[in-house]
Structure formats: structure tokens, C-alpha cells
Ligand binder design. Structure first.
Ligand code: CA
Length: 226
């Protein structure tokens, strides 16, 4: 089965051209023109490698690259329109595996894709490195840190997020989360859980764009994924 290259590029012609070269090189290629849509697609079906344009609608390439890096070691080649941008991106530690400036030769891009996948392939027999913990629950201080920065949470929000994050992958019903929150506030209701979760998502997204760790499980409740 051929490996999939996801091309995140809002210039449709360029995206199609790169996809043609990738297919000619034996890969499956997919083009998405919007940053947020790309993040969702990567989550649903991780490709082997992402070619990521810097300037994108929805979510820019830098934010998207960081969001990917917060959770996986998926190879990323970042494409920019200006050569000076590459220095800036390196300084910002965007975390891409390689950088390429427009206009680039599609052959050059394919050569770099092959090189990165060859490296990734030789490392693939070993388990992939666990990403650094993006979120840390400090029970003693009753606070939660994202990338080392404390979130500004109400006691109920702390109780809910701490409960979810202590057991990643486990689904919690609203009633269970209500029990967690009740210890901290008397006015918690089922509806209030949804509103707390909404606020938590907003605060998490502000602290770590794209982290999106709290999943709604239809008909059941919520689950924390990282
Ligand atoms: Ca662009």
C-alpha cells in the first residue's frame, strides 16, 4: 500500500501540481486548502508526511505545525513564500523536519519527501517517541499547566479537566463529571457540565492552539485524548 502525502496548500494549481508529482513518485496524494480542515483530516487519518504551506486560511502553517508537534512525530515539510521566513521559523522552533522556499522545483520537493520518509522508515521499527506531556495536572497546587503555563481555571473547571486528564481515553458521563465538579460547587447541573467543557476547550485552545484534547462522545459524555 502506498504512503499518503497530505499537501496543505491554498493555491489550488500548486497543490495539484505537487500532488501529480507525488503520485508519479508512487505516493497517494491529497490536497487540502484550509488549515483547520487539514488538522481534522490528519487526526482522522494520519498521512505519512505533510507538505505544509505557511500562509493558509483557517489556521496558519506555523500554528498547525505546532499543533501536530504537540501530539505526534508526523514528518512535516514547511513551504514558505519568502526565504527570510525560514530563518524566522527556525527561530520560532516551528518544529518542521524541513523547509522549502517558493517557487520550488517539485522534483526537489519529492527528493526531500523521499529522504525524510527513508529516515522515518528506518526509525519506524522502534516505537515512536512519546511527545512531551503538553498538559500537566499539579494536584497539590490544584492547577493545570499547558506547556508549562498555568491555565486560569475555576474550581469546577479544574475538577473536570483533572478528572478527564487523569484517565486519558476513558469516557466520563456528564453525571460522573458532575460528581467531580460538585465537590467544588453546589450549583452544578448537567447543562453546567457542557458549559464548563466549552469554557475549558476555549482556554485550552488559547494556551495550545489545536490541542483539542477533550472529545465529545455522542450519547455518552466526554473523553480526554492526547
Ligand atoms: Ca498560501
Amino acid at each position: 500500500m502506498s504512503q499518503t502525502i497530505l499537501i496543505v496548500e491554498d493555491e489550488a494549481e500548486l497543490g495539484a501540481l505537487v500532488a501529480d508529482y507525488a503520485r508519479a513518485a508512487g505516493y497517494t496524494a491529497r490536497v487540502i486548502g484550509d488549515g483547520r480542515a487539514a488538522l481534522a483530516a490528519i487526526r482522522d487519518e494520519p498521512p505519512a508526511l505533510v507538505v505544509l504551506d505557511l500562509m493558509l486560511p483557517g489556521m496558519d502553517g506555523l500554528a498547525l505545525c505546532r499543533a501536530l508537534r504537540a501530539r505526534s512525530a508526523l514528518p512535516v515539510i514547511m513551504v514558505t513564500a519568502r526565504v527570510e521566513e525560514i530563518d524566522r521559523l527556525l527561530g520560532l522552533e516551528a518544529g518542521a523536519d524541513d523547509y522549502l522556499c517558493k517557487p520550488f522545483s517539485p522534483r526537489e520537493l519529492i527528493a526531500r519527501i523521499k529522504a525524510i520518509l527513508r529516515r522515518a522508515g528506518s526509525a519506524a521499527s522502534a516505537p515512536s517517541p512519546v511527545p512531551a506531556a503538553a498538559l500537566l495536572v499539579d494536584e497539590a497546587a490544584r492547577r493545570i499547566l499547558v506547556h508549562g503555563q498555568p491555565l486560569d481555571l475555576t474550581p469546577s473547571e479544574f475538577a473536570i479537566l483533572a478528572a478527564l486528564a487523569r484517565r486519558p481515553g476513558q469516557v466520563f458521563s456528564r453525571a460522573q463529571l458532575l460528581d467531580c465538579a460538585r465537590a467544588d460547587s453546589l450549583d452544578a447541573t448537567d447543562r453546567a457540565i457542557d458549559s464548563h467543557v466549552k469554557n475549558l476547550r476555549r482556554k485550552l485552545d488559547a494556551a495550545a492552539p489545536g490541542l483539542d484534547a477533550i472529545r465529545s462522545i455522542y450519547g455518552l459524555g466526554y473523553r480526554y485524548d492526547l
